[in-house]
Structures are given as structure tokens and as C-alpha cells.
Design a protein around this ligand. Structure first.
Ligand code: ATP
Ligand code: AMP
Ligand code: MG
Length: 182
């Protein structure tokens, strides 16, 4: 299985991945980590600056990361369905990235927009955008459309996992259950 885990910034993907990593024999790779390695050569100082780069640069980094991760087996990829850039929503998994990643399952991690706002503001380790609950709601809805497009290209299943406030373990259990069934 090749699994791609997505969700808006601050929804809790990487937190869920920590729980998953302890209980499954899959390699967990953060797509942004791979992009950041190369982005540093372009003068980027932290991961939250990547989405402010010119979109052509972001696409280049995305292609490199996709090709690199595509060579790995039994992998769970922590990434994004779409990235909110200053020039619009950039697909996280355009056709050329999907061809490299070859996902069999696409996971959308979702939560209540107000909870996501609070998670972003509590997490001082990051420089996330200060979106309104309405903005986050729009981003989550758009991500479902992007997921449907990706599923049509790849034949991958789409799984929605709720990450309710204070209930990371439940989200981990749901995801592990889906992976083990698959
Ligand atoms: P990004 O896409 O920006 O990397 P992410 O989806 O990986 O974001 P995390 O870094 O995992 O998000 O989580 C953001 C913050 O929310 C962290 O401080 C984390 O501890 C907190 N958090 C995650 N899940 C929950 C939850 N279920 N309830 C409360 N807080 C949570
Ligand atoms: P993250 O820690 O998941 O937020 O990853 C850091 C940054 O990498 C994100 O904020 C995006 O700018 C970028 N990124 C991650 N995955 C993708 C992707 N699939 N396509 C384009 N950019 C991505
Ligand atoms: Mg993360």
C-alpha cells in the first residue's frame, strides 16, 4: 500500500503520524521535509516560507520531492491536497506527482475549522496563516474536490478521518483500521 495523508495546515497530520508510526511497519515521510532540503538552497529559512515562493519554484520542488518519495516502498506520505499560496490554491498532487507517488489510498484529515484556528495559534513552532474559520472551511471543502480528482486519475480510495479536539488517538485508530483493511 502507498498511502498519502493530507489536510489543511494545523489539522494534525504530523501529530497523527507520530501515533501511527509506533504501531505500523511503514516508512513515514513528510513531503515538506524533502521540499525544504532543496528550498534552503533557494534561501528559504523555514517550512512555512515554501508556500510563499513563486509557484514555478514550488512546482519544481514538488516534482523533485515526488520523484524521490516515489522510489520508496511501503510508505505513508504526510502532505497536502492543496497549498494556499498568495496566487491561489496550488494542487499538492498534480498529475505528474501522482504518477511518481502512485497512491493506493488518499486520506483527508479534517476537523472543525474553529478547532483548527485554535491549534494554529497554540503551535508557536510554526508560522501558519491566520485564516478565519470560513477560510479554513473553504480550504477543507476544496481539498475534497482535489481528492476526487486524484482518485479519478489513480483509482485510489478516499478516506476521511476526523481529528476531533483532544482525540488524536481515535484518529490514529481509525486510520490504522482503514490501512489494515486495505
Ligand atoms: P502542517 O500541515 O502545517 O504541518 P499538521 O496538520 O501536520 O500541520 P500538526 O503539527 O500535527 O498539524 O498539529 C498542529 C497543532 O495541533 C499541534 O500543536 C498539535 O499538538 C495540535 N493538535 C493536533 N491534533 C490535535 C487534536 N486532536 N486536538 C488538539 N490539538 C491537536
Ligand atoms: P508541512 O510541514 O506539511 O506544512 O510541509 C511544509 C510545506 O511544504 C508546506 O507548507 C507546503 O508549502 C509544502 N508542501 C508539502 N507538501 C506539498 C505538496 N504536495 N505540494 C506542494 N507543496 C507541498
Ligand atoms: Mg505537519
Amino acid at each position: 500500500m502507498r498511502i498519502v495523508v493530507t489536510g489543511v495546515p494545523g489539522v494534525g497530520k504530523s501529530t497523527i503520524m507520530e501515533g501511527v508510526a509506533k504501531r505500523i511497519d511503514y516508512r513515514i515521510v513528510n513531503f515538506g521535509d524533502i521540499m525544504l532540503e532543496k528550498a534552503k538552497e533557494m534561501g528559504v529559512r523555514n517550512r512555512d516560507e515554501i508556500r510563499k515562493l513563486p509557484v514555478e519554484k514550488q512546482r519544481e520542488l514538488q516534482r523533485i520531492a515526488g520523484e524521490y518519495i516515489g522510489k520508496m516502498e511501503n510508505v505513508i506520505v504526510d502532505t497536502h491536497m492543496s497549498i494556499k499560496t498568495p496566487s491561489g490554491f496550488l494542487p499538492g498532487l498534480p498529475e505528474w506527482v501522482l504518477r511518481s507517488l502512485k497512491p493506493s489510498m488518499l486520506v483527508l484529515v479534517e476537523a472543525d475549522p474553529k478547532s483548527i484556528m485554535a491549534r494554529r495559534s497554540r503551535d508557536s513552532s510554526r508560522y501558519r496563516d491566520t485564516d478565519s474559520a470560513n477560510d479554513i472551511d473553504t480550504h477543507q471543502s476544496l481539498n475534497r474536490y482535489f481528492a476526487a480528482s486524484c482518485a479519478m486519475i489513480t483509482g485510489a480510495t478516499v478516506v476521511i478521518v476526523r481529528n476531533e479536539e483532544g482525540k488524536v488517538n481515535e484518529a490514529v485508530d481509525t486510520l490504522l483500521g482503514m490501512i489494515k483493511n486495505g
